[in-house]
Design a protein around this ligand. Sequence first.
Ligand code: ATM
Length: 232
Amino acid sequence: MPQGKSGGKSGGISGGKTANISVGKFLTFEGGEGAGKSTQIKRLAAALETSGLEVTATREPGGSPGAETIRGLLLDPAAEWDAPTEALLHFAARADHYTTRISPALRAGNWVICDRFADSTRAYQGYGLGLPMAAIETLYEVALGDFIPDLTIILDVPVEVGMARMNARDGGPDRYEQMDFAFHERLRQGFLDIARREPARCAVIDADTDIDTVTERIFDCVSQRLGVTLSL
Ligand code: ATM
């Protein structure tokens, strides 16, 4: 079960939800652009289901009706949010996502896999845009109390590799994809720094190789850390 409040917010303005009845696990995937999160999440979800587990795959920003509405605001190309406003919107979305989707799924025993979570706010709004980490941690406490993922997988690729993969995709670049190399390097180093600070929660996977090898590395990591047997 997730460490900390184990499926119930015990801190923040929503304090009091301390019931420790979760039996599911909460896994998050993080990384910069072009790291391959979506493909790897699909593969992991399928393998966990094959092993007999119920899986909920979700994403941020978004993942619940309210949070998807906020995602629309965040990703609106016409919007010019400053870093504090962005962080507030991400945590508002996250609080709703947690309350209405993540927590109920964990309590039902599901393994929840989330494409991005709070480490993305630390990386993008903190390391990337310069918002003080203390402010981000305050918002975390308000939105989530002491709830933290059981495992965070950080897919690491050199910036030039991620950017090349991104440019090969259909569709125009979004706001962050347009940012310069230095911004993306701050993101990468930010994610690596988060992993160094929280080694029990985070695992860095070198994703600068073919898709099958990355999947193998992820399955090994999930098996070792969470005690399930997964096969390709
Ligand atoms: P996806 O591309 O993973 O759907 O995420 C949308 C963007 O939101 C992504 N940037 N790009 N491109 C990362 C950004 N983001 C943040 O800036 N802070 C956050 O807390 C989260 C969850 C996402």
